[in-house]
Design a protein around this ligand. Structure first.
Ligand code: SAM
Length: 210
């Protein structure tokens, strides 16, 4: 899954198990299941990210899934978006330790940077329910860009609950994917939401001016 980047992934896993636990970014009980529940669970998402894409990992925490994607896919340009100073310090140290040249760390809440980015992909794991996440992620995407939200067992219910906000944003593609069957147990559940090519607001203002 990591190919030539496996030694880097191992260094990141060690950093998580050591500094990550000491600084409270990851629970001590996670150490035994770091690979399955965290690194591999996140790495399988790489297959849904187009070659050379710009990516924002919204609410990156200790770098999941953003750092894992940056390690596995040097072709990506990844921004780790995280509001908490303690976490951005950890992320910056991890980027330096791993000598990653395709990652930047940005300390901010997603709402504060709405409209400042037009990336190809926004990823998010364990950040907010889908109905709130859509409102944070879509303003960071280019038209036609995609939110890939890593979700748990309630993914289908969250998708149903998000219907009003998806409608408000004019979203036509919002679907569930299961990734990593046979590689990780349980497989990773992704909700993929495609930002409309003509944003809803643009459509409305065009109507008003005609
Ligand atoms: C439960 S942690 C998950 C961290 C990481 N994604 C993971 O899966 O381990 C949620 C993260 O989202 C961040 N967060 C919460 N609200 C946010 C917002 N409005 N914009 C960006 N990040 C946010 C928090 O600071 C926290 O680091």
């Amino acid at each position: 899954m990591f190919g030539d980047a496996l030694p880097l992934a191992e260094r990141y896993a060690e950093f998580l198990a050591d500094a990550g636990v000491i600084r409270g970014l990851i629970g001590p009980r996670e150490v035994d299941r770091l690979w399955e529940r965290h690194l591999i669970n996140c790495a399988v998402v790489a297959e849904m990210v187009p070659q050379g894409a710009t990516v924002i990992d919204l609410g990156s925490g200790a770098g999941l899934p953003g750092l894992v994607l940056a390690i596995a896919r040097p072709d990506l340009s990844v921004t780790l978006l995280e509001p908490l100073l303690r976490r951005t310090k950890f992320l910056t140290e991890a980027v330096e330790l791993l000598e990653l040249e395709n990652v930047e760390v940005h300390r901010a809440r997603a709402e504060e940077v709405a409209g400042d980015y037009q990336v190809d992909v926004v990823t998010a794991r364990a950040v907010a329910p889908l109905d709130r996440l859509v409102g944070w992620a879509l303003p960071l995407l280019r038209p036609g860009g995609e939110l890939l939200a890593l979700k748990g067992e309630r993914a289908a219910q969250e998708l149903a609950d998000a219907e009003p906000v998806l409608k408000r944003f004019g979203v036509r593609t919002a679907e569930l994917h299961r990734l990593g069957q046979g590689k990780v147990d349980p497989p990773t559940t992704i909700v993929r939401v495609v930002a409309e090519r003509i944003p809803r607001r643009a459509k409305r203002s065009r109507k008003r001016s005609s």
